[in-house]
Design a protein. Sequence first.
Length: 190
Amino acid sequence: MRAMSSDLPPSTPQAPAPGGAQDAGPGAPDAAVQAALDPTTTDAPAPRQAPPAPERRMTVLVYSDDAGTRQRVRLALGRRPAADVPLVDVVECATAPAVVSRTDAGGLDLLVLDGEAAPAGGLGLCRQLKDEVFQCPPVLVLTGRVQDGWLAAWSRADGAVAHPLDPVAVAAAAAELLRARAARTAPAGR
């Protein structure tokens, strides 16, 4: 039996698909599926890379009986005192026994001690820590005035900044000591 032209569905011309590809008809996979199945396709997702290693952080202890002084030091240090120094975490202490206890526990990279703190000043505390703590971290002391540099030397401090605190001077002195600490504690092969 011969089909009459009226029995066939009307044929409608279709516009070509974007990119010039023609529709292969019903049941044929679309272009996205074909591209995914084709091993020569260059749009394959990139292989997963390991996440970057977390950046090393350094811990700075700030001691002063004055909360305002601790805050000024914290603000001067910021998240990192210099671009070439790792991020810093700041631990605040308001009493000398807390400083000794925290220093004994380890894990500190820099101590910032206020020489004007009372009843125990940072200069005497610095000398005590340098005498008693094996491999004591570097110490930056905050002196009452520029002329007290000799007291910083007596206390065996690694650096000194005089009151009133200049944030740039505090950050620069801390960065210098942290750089030296990072170089000493860097893993071999770096």
